[in-house]
Design a protein around this ligand. Structure first.
Ligand code: AMP
Length: 269
């Protein structure tokens, strides 16, 4: 299984190119397991943690499968939160950038009307929270007749947040002849039951262990620094690392204000 590349899976050059620009040079363990099955259109149950690269594990096959000329949604991804919907929208747009894949996100506490007009445009993939997706289905503002794949992401979270009835109601709207992929960090009986009811009998289960080897590499380091040198070191770090984005955590609101004022004075905000 070592040293596989994305090319090994027969992924098209425009998607490989997009992955390279995202600096995804080789698949993570969950991607190695899921990609061949997902590309074969198998129904899959994946027990895997957030941070393992699971979004691309289903995002890459979805992008491969999209037929650009088809205007109606071809895949639906259900997620527990608005933040996750936006994160997945961004990641799949990045993966599908060179195929010009359109991804629409729909979630509650946000304008229904704006989402309705977005859904009227070309939308290859829709990602959303169950409540709002169901509303669009009931209002007839989301068409699912061309959906070939449904992804239930963080299924256990959707269960804990009380969305399972809505998830089931949504699945009932979908074409019967489809691929279903279910991702969950844990497998409580209610989630397993979803799989039994809504997935094909020949579904495949993939269980990733939680070892650090199954997480993308995140480099961590620390610097010991005295109180009076903190600002200088911060400037040095920001100059040398020149990060595209960074989060600075402070222990009190006052310190947050001080650091904010200091960085603004230095022209770094
Ligand atoms: P996820 O589990 O989908 O939330 O992904 C966790 C993080 O891993 C995200 O920041 C991704 O951008 C990153 N990631 C996903 N796949 C790869 C890959 N093949 N190589 C490097 N980073 C990746």
């Amino acid at each position: 299984m070592e040293n596989k590349t994305f090319e090994t899976f027969g992924i098209s050059p425009e998607i490989i190119k997009a992955l390279t620009s995202l600096r995804y040079y080789s698949p993570t363990p969950v991607q190695e397991e899921v990609l061949p099955l997902a590309l074969k259109k198998a129904d899959i149950i994946v027990e895997s943690q957030t941070g393992s690269g699971k979004t691309a594990a289903f995002g890459i096959p979805l992008c491969e499968d999209v037929v650009w000329e088809e205007n109606k949604p071809q895949a639906l991804i259900l997620v527990p939160t608005r933040e996750l919907a936006l994160q997945i929208q961004e990641e799949i747009m990045n993966i599908g950038r060179l195929k010009r894949i359109k991804v629409t996100a729909v979630f509650g506490k946000s304008s229904f009307k704006t989402q309705k007009s977005e859904l009227k445009q070309k939308s290859h993939i829709v990602v959303g929270t169950p409540g709002r997706v169901l509303e669009h289905l009931k209002e007839g503002t989301l068409s699912v007749e061309k959906v070939r794949t449904v992804v239930l992401d963080e299924a256990d979270e959707m269960l804990h947040m009380g969305f399972i009835d809505q998830v089931e109601a949504i699945i009932d709207y979908l074409p019967k002849n489809r691929q279903t992929m279910l991702f969950s960090a844990t497998m409580p009986p209610e989630v397993a039951r979803l799989a039994t009811f809504y997935m094909r009998e020949d579904r495949v289960s993939v269980k990733m262990d939680q070892s650090p080897d199954n997480q993308p590499r995140i480099y961590q380091s620390y610097i010991r620094v005295s109180e009076e040198k903190k600002n200088d070191v911060l400037i040095d770090l920001l100059t040398v690392a020149n990060p595209e984005a960074a989060i600075i955590f402070c222990n009190t609101k006052d310190v947050v204000d001080d650091v904010d004022a200091f960085l603004a004075k230095k022209g770094l905000l």
